[in-house]
Design a protein. Structure first.
Ligand code: NAP
Length: 326
């Protein structure tokens, strides 16, 4: 009898220890963002939606930038239901990162409605998406995760600069370690030839860290700090195209272990939240589990960051425009 009790206690403690370990860091910052405007791309689901709840609890005014406005309106209802303070302002706006014209329209409407923005969270993303070329002629994962955010960020810099202090958080991934410099440069003006879906995703996440690194230098004489945040392995709909998880049978087999080793969206949002709230004004860095972390050596290469920024401008050509009228 005692053997069974002792066994249960040991197994329970180990399981709980593993759960706590994989849950990662928790943001301990107590700062509030009352009335400050935070724009979250892909704020209607997963990590973006969980982050929206955390920020709304701290009084922020939110702009949920969603490609599907109906999903955004449903997310807004859920977020408001979870709050005690129903006076929090949440705006749902259409943004399709796979369309340059949608990005420009979205940016224009923000410039007309807000005088300043406290933060931009470049969170939206796709993974393992079937190979498709966007209306602008770019590979879809590359445009959604990287190019789209690159354009959006530049278009919102004017509003970010108007705030006393402002922040940009680029949501990246440990998958950035899976790619090499050849993968990174496997793009030409008109096409992208990645080795695999995983590499396509890894390239976009490495490109976002390099962008973070270059942008921080460009913005060094401004009030904007920019960092990259890795949310960790999180249970979300990101894996809808990933064969091992989109298949119900295979998912069912992994389910018990995933309950322990995979974060909830709320846990996944913690590092981004930390980047938005911390009083530490370190910029150009990579955060993981609410701490400064080291990305891959490639992601620390300043010359590569500069070259890739210039290559991105070349790839975008005439599509890159930050001019606007209200
Ligand atoms: N989950 C993880 O384990 C994990 C790990 C590392 C990094 N990340 C990163 O975390 C971020 C959030 O992902 P998630 O896990 O929360 O997945 P998710 O629940 O699928 O959220 C992704 C969001 O991006 C939006 N989106 C996709 N394509 C878009 C487009 N063309 N224009 C505008 N929005 C678009 C989605 O909109 P719809 O709802 O309309 O599809 C959704 O709101 C991503 O950047 C992802 O790469 C996730």
């Amino acid at each position: 009898m005692w053997k069974y009790i002792a066994g249960t206690v040991v197994v329970g403690s180990v399981t709980y220890g593993l759960y706590r370990y994989f849950a990662g860091g928790v943001c301990k910052c107590t700062a509030r963002l009352d009335g400050l405007v935070v724009v979250i791309t892909g704020g209607n689901s997963g990590i973006g939606k969980a982050l929206a709840v955390e920020l709304a609890q701290r009084g922020a005014t939110l702009v949920l930038a969603c490609r599907d406005v109906e999903k955004g309106i449903n997310a807004k209802k859920d977020i408001l239901l979870s709050l005690n303070n129903k006076n929090v302002k949440i705006f749902v706006k259409r943004l399709d990162l796979a369309s340059v014209s949608s990005i420009l329209k979205f940016s224009e409407s923000l410039k007309c409605e807000f005088s300043e923005i406290y933060a931009l969270v470049n969170n939206a993303g796709i993974f393992y998406h079937p190979h498709t070329v966007t209306e602008d002629g770019y590979e879809i994962t590359f445009q959604t995760n990287y190019l789209g955010h690159f354009i959006l960020t530049h278009n919102l810099l004017t509003l970010l600069k108007k705030a006393d202090h402002s922040r940009i958080v680029n949501v990246t991934s440990e998958a950035h370690r899976l790619v090499n410099v050849y993968d990174l440069n496997a793009i030409t003006k008109s096409q992208t030839e990645f080795r695999s879906h995983l590499v396509a995703y890894g390239v976009t996440k490495l490109a976002l860290i390099l962008f973070t690194r270059y942008l921080f230098k460009k913005l060094s004489n401004t009030n904007i700090i920019v960092n990259a945040a890795n949310p960790g392995n999180v249970e979300t709909s990101l894996f809808r195209y990933f064969p091992f998880l989109s298949n119900k049978f295979l998912y069912g087999l992994q389910w018990p272990i995933r309950q322990i080793v995979v974060k909830s969206p709320r846990q996944g949002a913690q590092t981004i939240l930390h980047c938005l709230l911390t009083s530490n004004r370190t910029t150009g860095q990579y955060y993981s589990d609410c701490k400064l972390s080291l990305p891959s050596p490639l992601a620390l290469d300043d010359k590569l960051a500069k070259d890739y920024y210039e290559l991105t401008l070349e790839i975008l050509g005439d599509r890159f425009s930050t001019e606007s009228e209200c």
